[in-house]
Design a protein around this ligand. Structure first.
Ligand SMILES: [Cu+2]
Length: 137
């Protein structure tokens, strides 16, 4: 009867080892599942285009539009800042897509981008060599 004691003692030992193994594999599985989804920094490194994010602003300075090719959303409100002393306009060259009218030097105005995507050339009606293209998309 004496050799039965060590055998009985071995059963809980083996059970404990089996449970420990099960727990270890269960923990490993639990760690594997959320791993592929959590480390995905997709949104943070995508903000190097200043015209596409935030409020759209066109600056007139030195008889130039800056940026000359602003990219905006359909129907977006665009602020126009005139830093020159002369009056300027932002006027679509084809049709009447948009027109700020005269913006005096040192003043600012606004206009609304067309609701249809496309490229709209614009000009200052006072200074036709001031040109730009509004990119709506
Ligand atoms: Cu002008």
């Amino acid at each position: 009867m004496s050799p039965a004691f060590p055998r009985r003692g071995a059963f809980p030992w083996a059970l404990g080892a089996a449970v420990a193994l099960l727990l270890a594999t269960a923990c490993a599985d639990g760690d594997d599942e959320p791993a592929p989804t959590s480390p995905r920094p997709t949104a943070s490194p995508t903000s190097p285009s200043p015209t596409a994010t935030g409020a759209a602003v066109i600056t007139m300075e030195g008889f130039e539009f800056s940026p000359a090719n602003p990219q905006v959303r359909p129907g977006e409100k665009i602020t126009v800042v005139n830093k020159d002393s002369e009056a300027h306009t932002v006027t679509a060259t084809e049709g009447d897509a948009f027109d700020t009218g005269s913006i005096d030097g040192g003043k600012s105005g606004t206009f609304t981008a067309p609701s249809e995507a496309g490229e709209y050339a614009f000009v200052c009606t006072f200074h036709p060599n001031m040109t730009g293209t509004l990119v709506v998309r």
